[in-house]
Every structure is written in C-alpha cells, then in structure tokens.
Design a protein around this ligand. Sequence first.
Ligand SMILES: *Cc1c(COP(=O)(O)O)cnc(C)c1O
Length: 357
Amino acid sequence: MQKKLFIPGPVDVTEDVLQKMATPMIGHRSKEASALQRGISDKMRKVFNTKEEIILSTSSGSGLMEGAVRSCTAKRAAVFSVGAFGNRWYEMATANNVPADKFEVEWGTPTTPELVDKTLATGKYDLICITHNETSTGIMNPVEEIAEVMKKYPEVVYCLDTVSSMGGTNIEVDKLGVDICITSTQKALSLPPGLAICSMSQKAVERAKTVPHRGLYFDLLALYDYIQKKDYQYPSTPSLSHMFALDYQLDKMLAEGLDNRYRRHLECAELVREWARKYFEIFTMEGYLSNTLTVIKNTKGFSVGDLNKELGNRGYQISNGYGKLKENTFRIAHMAECSKEGLEALLREIEDILGLK
Ligand SMILES: *Cc1c(COP(=O)(O)O)cnc(C)c1O
C-alpha cells in the first residue's frame, strides 16, 4: 500500500510534478537547457531572497555541503552543530583534509549568537557552517541574531544548511549575510530526491579562487564559472528530469504565493505542537521550534517501531528519532504540500493506536 509520508524527506510529490519528471529529454548543451536553467535560477532567487547566482548540483544536498566547506575554506572552518547534520558537516570537512573545529551544543538547544561571536573573535576561522533547521532535533536556529554578529566578521564566509527548511519558511539569504545557502529537492520544495541547489555570493567566489584543492565534481567555483561562461550550463550532465519538475514546481509555489505557503507550514506546525504538548512533550527548546518538523519526546515509553508498523497498515508513515534519539523521540514532518486536514487525520490514527485520551 502506498503510504502518506510524514517523514522529513523524501516527501510526497504531487502527481502533476511527478509527471514532469517524465518529460522527453533535450540536449544538455542546447539553448533549451540554458533557458530551463535560467528560468529556474530566476524563480529560485525569489524563494532564496537573493540576487546572487543559483547553482544546481546533480546530487543530494550533502554534495553541496561537502563542496562548500572544501571549496571555500582557505584557513580553518568553524562548524556549529546542533545535531546529526551539523556533525556530518564536520565529518565532511575532516574527510576532505579541510582544517576544521566543531562547536556542538546539547541536542535540542540552538547555536547561540554568543557562541558564534566568541568563536570568531579568536580570528582563527575564515568560514562557518550553520544548520538552519536541524532535522534530527527539530531546532530552527536564531539566524537573525547570528546575522547581527556576522556583521562584525566580513571576511568570514557564511554557509547555511537549509536542506529541510527552504520552501517551507521564509529565509532572507542576502539580508542574513549568507554566502552559500544550500538546500535539496526532496524536503520542503516537494520534489523527488536527486538535485541540490545553492546560492553563491561574490565573497564566496573570490574565496574559492584562493583555495587550491577544491575537488572536482563539487568544486563550487567550477560550477559557478561554467554557468557564467557557458550560458547557464554545467560541466557534466545535470538531471534534466529534475530540472523540468523543479521549474514546474517553482511556478506552482509562486502561484500559491510564498507567504501563503509559509503560513500554511506554520499553521501545520502549530497544530502538531499543540497536539504534542497535550499528549507528550516537545523535545526541542521552546522558542526555537522548527516550522517544518516537530520532534516529540516519547514520554509514554511505547515502541516507536511498532507504532510506525501499525500506522503503515493504515497507510501512514512518520519517523522515529534520529540516531541516539531513535526510541526516545519520534518525528512528525509538516512540510511540502502538507495540510492541516492531512495532519489531523494522521494524529487521530496515532491517538487511536496508542489509546490516547
Ligand atoms: C536531509 C538533510 C541533509 C542531507 O541532505 P541530503 O539531500 O539527503 O543529502 C542535510 N541537512 C539537513 C538539515 C537535512 O535535513
């Protein structure tokens, strides 16, 4: 049975968007391919709130995360981690022989502007990695406050992971001073997995020019240069299927209205939070709750695996906790084309299975 997905990616994709993945091929060196990329970039800039260049990568978001830390660290990277995906970013740096230090806080709490300030004041770092929306803990970091601190450090390249939030909540990339903002298709953008997207500022471009070993496939400077010089094309063959679907989905998002889309996400989030507070507890520190997923403490000690199995019989799927939180939390995603009605139906099933009153 096909299950309705309430997991933080991949998300359910609407039938019309799926159909666009089956568009007949065009040559990737054709004028049509350039026009397709240009259209995607123009629309994506509206979603990102940026005037910078948009780069696509035929990979999942991790590819661009690895590319960003490798291509743009000349001195040393400070990786701020609030959970599994921040830790992964640090591993990517060290696996690429990029000098880096990790600043991890207790899971469920945010990266504070004070921590960023204190770290950068040492003068040791020329690049930072921040997770906007940490999918393992349900944290949405205080990026507006961090942006204030970053004004003191204009030489530092700011990389932001918005994989599980872009398209689900408003992110003002330029206003926040973000140099490389990264996302991928299979979360709040409501597409199948397989394509990643980032913005790249001039500061990041200039930095990359000073880094000798940027790798090859995820060399952000090579991708950027190719787009400039070859009329919006790529060094290797991109997933044109994803590009057709993305172009179409962006039209749908803009037709819905980005503000409406973000309000819908927030309303879905509030519904799930209220429910979680009534029957359980929210794992994440209040004041920093994600608008695209909620991580809930399993205060009743039931088996999350068994719950998901029974939900599966009824045509639904949620997520267990991530890594070390596997059985003591569970996660409900409310992103992409989620609706309050859809979430209410899911929550009624959970209440019924667990006998919640
Ligand atoms: C899913 C996720 C990633 C990894 O993205 P992929 O597209 O699976 O490579 C990174 N960061 C966050 C916050 C995520 O939710």
